[in-house]
Write a protein that binds this ligand. Structure first.
Ligand SMILES: NC(=O)c1ccc[n+]([C@@H]2O[C@H](COP(=O)([O-])OP(=O)(O)OC[C@H]3O[C@@H](n4cnc5c(N)ncnc54)[C@H](OP(=O)(O)O)[C@@H]3O)[C@@H](O)[C@H]2O)c1
Length: 241
């Protein structure tokens, strides 16, 4: 085990993709890792194995964040296992296309619970249990727009963006709360068509991103202790056009 720990980071949705990249990076930075996953147990175990190899403590926490009671329990379990918990990264999310409609609220409830209510619950519990620390919420560069093929997804992320700012005010100097709004960073989930190269031609920096840009932003937000309530778009300028 590495001697000098910076504390512990709970990273949600950390078995693969961006959450995994963040967990591995924070392990390199000296954080012990509370690695949350839901269905990707095999990938979570592989990620944990990479972290152990770095000589860093890592424990796995399975939790379906669609269930608010489970989300509540998750924070208690993590804090019990890691009393030095001081960083929460809310990355877990679903991203399913739909349009507004009240006949079937299944997708509304799923997006609302996983993308908004879970980060809300985890953050409120975090501030109750942790004296000094930080929260970083993964949002989406499209939150400034009002038209989307992903209506309930976008609405849930807009709520998370507003919560990020309100929580920064409410939690004050004890817990800084910031957000990162990724643009075209990874290939889309749910076997959707990967048209990022075509879409990238229309944004100011004319290129798709990669996870390193997100990790650099996390480093900035952790280092700069005079920043709270900010949401940084890491999107090649996509939000502007
Ligand atoms: N990737 C991008 O380019 C991009 C662009 C814009 C915004 N973002 C945002 O950045 C964050 C990370 O992106 P990503 O692409 O890495 O996310 P992702 O692959 O879509 O999802 C991350 C994880 O969320 C977890 N999750 C889904 N449903 C869950 C549930 N019911 N309970 C608990 N966990 C659940 C899954 O864990 P399991 O696999 O273990 O089930 C999944 O691996 C997300 O918040 C996303 O909205 C990403």
């Amino acid at each position: 085990m590495k001697n000098k720990s910076k504390g512990t980071a709970l990273v949600t949705g950390a078995a693969k993709r961006l959450g995994q990249a963040v967990a591995l990076h924070l392990a390199d930075q000296g954080y012990s890792i509370a690695l949350h996953y839901n269905s990707s147990k095999a990938e979570a175990m592989k990620t944990a194995a990479f972290i152990y190899k770095k000589g860093v403590r890592c424990e796995l926490f399975a939790c379906d964040l669609a269930d608010p009671k489970e989300a509540l329990r998750l924070m208690a379990q993590v804090h019990q296992a890691f009393p030095d918990l001081n960083l929460l990264i809310n990355s877990a999310s679903i991203f399913v296309p739909n349009t507004f409609g009240a006949q079937d609220l299944t997708l509304f409830n799923a997006h609302w619970n996983i993308n908004f209510k879970a980060p809300y619950i985890l953050s409120c519990e975090f501030v109750r249990l942790v004296k000094q620390g930080g929260i970083i919420n993964f949002i989406d560069t499209n939150v400034v727009k009002n038209s989307s093929r992903y209506s309930d997804y976008l609405l849930s992320k807009k709520a998370l963006a507003e919560f990020t700012k309100m929580a920064a005010v409410s939690f004050g100097e004890a817990i800084r709360v910031n957000g990162i709004s990724p643009g075209m960073i990874l290939t889309p989930v749910n076997s959707q068509k990967d048209d990022r190269e075509i879409r990238a031609k229309k944004i100011p920096l004319k290129s798709v991103g990669n996870p390193q840009y997100i990790l650099d932003t996390i480093d900035f937000l952790l280092k700069n202790t005079y920043v709270t309530g900010q949401i940084i778009a890491v999107d090649g300028g996509e939000q502007l056009v």
